[in-house]
Design a protein around this ligand. Structure first.
Ligand SMILES: NC(=O)c1ccc[n+]([C@@H]2O[C@H](COP(=O)([O-])OP(=O)(O)OC[C@H]3O[C@@H](n4cnc5c(N)ncnc54)[C@H](O)[C@@H]3O)[C@@H](O)[C@H]2O)c1
Ligand SMILES: [Zn+2]
Length: 428
């Protein structure tokens, strides 16, 4: 853990280093462009070679898709506690999604033309559900269930399999409940390439959603244009900003919950209270000893966790905006002053009793959120991202006549006389 105080000489540099921009390393970019090229040129064969190389599983093209019967059986076999937990999560997510959906509307413009917007669900989307280091059962709900709530008829999921070629049955159960219509057990950038460009087995989709590691995120970025994408949701992270009202045990628990995501994940803690900083450091040491995922925790605690004593909560909010955290926890007695200052967080958790884990699994908004600083440009997944918008324009003879002088004036400057004629030829 790095501990920096505003009284340290290194503070200005450490504070300005928080002002990040999301960019993949050259090495990741190169690997991914090689993968995309291979999948475009050689389809299934390339996908399966890469699955063997990165995930150690030997599959045939016929084994790529999880049969519907296996999805159904996974749901039937899931234990009752898991089923009701997944259902509770899905109910909250669907209810939240309903409120985010856009409705069609229209109005008459100044010339009397009817103009408006209509929305249709995308026909066929891809949702990536990570599975490299943990089977992200919750991500099934946080992507697929939202697509289903938006009315998307074809929801194609890719998720990596283990060396034995199987996918965690709890994950399959969640996908079934959430409403996945096709599930392929392939992961990584090869899965994104297959979804974007298609292979003999996988028909291409038009938009790709969902989080993943740096390879998955870079593949989505490189596929952009051929498909659209939701955002760039990479390795998970949290930033906690608290004044002396913060509970050190709760804060340490949230830092550790973040750290157990493993490689590349980050947790930061900013406070204006020196005693709280010390108490959180002590709590992290005490609590971390009793957790199971030491292999994931240790490297993150060494490299990915920083604690900073800032001169004020206002300065903390400024640094939080620079960092643009995926999750921001704000604990302060001055919420009305500090909350309005936060503009770039993917999701904001307020007060001592709002653990990020409840947002991960249950609360309602998608947990698929921007990371790596991309929150400055992208929001997290919302239901309306599964809707394609188009505009509608209808004129009658009268509104056409009233539009003519404006069209003629602009056509004259642009030198486009056919444009002007196409209006006045209508007898106006
Ligand atoms: N931002 C969010 O909203 C959000 C939500 C959930 C999860 N996540 C993040 O998703 C990530 C999931 O990562 P993961 O690794 O566990 O699973 P993953 O499914 O994203 O990636 C696993 C795949 O990566 C590929 N891969 C691994 N090493 C590679 C290499 N050297 N070269 C090329 N490809 C390689 C493999 O094909 C493998 O199938 C985590 O970082 C987690 O924090 C983010
Ligand atoms: Zn988490």
């Amino acid at each position: 853990m790095k501990i920096i105080r505003h009284t340290d000489p290194g503070y200005p540099a450490a504070a300005s280093a928080l002002n990040r921009r999301a960019e993949a390393s050259d090495a990741v970019r190169e690997v991914v462009s090689g993968v995309i090229k291979a999948v475009r040129e050689r389809g299934d064969a390339a996908v399966l070679e890469l699955v063997e190389k990165f995930d150690g599983a030997k599959l045939t093209p016929a084994q790529m898709r999880v049969p519907q019967a296996e999805l159904d059986a996974a749901w039937d076999a899931a234990d009752a506690t898991l089923k009701s937990a997944l259902q509770a999560s899905q109910r909250n997510v669907a209810a939240f999604a309903q409120r985010s959906l856009r409705q069609e509307w229209s109005f008459k413009n100044e010339q009397g033309a009817t103009v408006g917007e209509v929305y249709h669900p995308f026909e066929r989307v891809g949702c990536y559900v990570p599975g490299g280091t943990a089977p992200l059962v919750s991500t099934s709900i946080m992507t697929v269930a939202i697509a289903a709530a938006a009315g998307v008829p074809e929801i194609v999921v890719c998720t990596p399999c283990g060396r034995d070629g199987t996918v965690n049955p709890g994950l399959l159960a969640a996908l079934k409940l959430a409403g996945a219509t096709e599930v392929y057990k392939i992961g990584g950038s090869q899965a994104i390439a297959a979804l974007a460009f298609g292979t003999e087995t996988i028909r291409p989709v038009t938009k790709i959603f969902g989080p993943g590691n740096s390879y998955v995120v870079e593949a989505k970025r490189q596929a952009f244009g051929v498909v659209s994408i939701d955002l760039l949701p990479g390795p998970s992270e949290v930033l906690i900003l608290a004044d002396k009202s913060g509970n050190p045990a709760f804060i340490a628990a949230d830092i550790l919950a973040q750290a157990e995501h493993g490689k590349d994940s980050m947790a930061g803690f900013l406070t204006d209270d020196a005693a709280l900083l010390d108490a959180v450091v002590a709590q992290v040491a005490e609590q971390s000893a009793t957790l199971s995922r030491q292999a994931q925790l240790t490297p993150v605690l060494e490299k990915g966790v920083f604690l900073m004593l800032v001169p004020s909560m206002e300065e903390g909010a400024r640094l939080a905006n620079d960092f643009a955290p995926e999750h921001l926890t704000l604990i302060t007695t001055r919420e009305q002053d500090i909350l309005p200052l936060i503009r770039t967080a993917g999701a904001i958790f307020l007060g001592n009793y709002s653990p990020v884990a409840v947002g991960d699994f249950l609360a309602g908004p998608s947990h698929t959120l921007p990371t790596g600083g991309s929150g400055k440009s992208f929001p997290g997944i919302t239901a309306d991202m599964f809707q394609r918008r188009t505009s509608i324009i209808r004129l009658d003879r009268e509104s056409c006549a009233r539009s003519e002088p404006v069209v003629s004036a602009i056509s004259a400057v642009e030198g486009l006389d056919a444009h002007a004629r196409s209006v006045f030829i209508r007898g106006v």
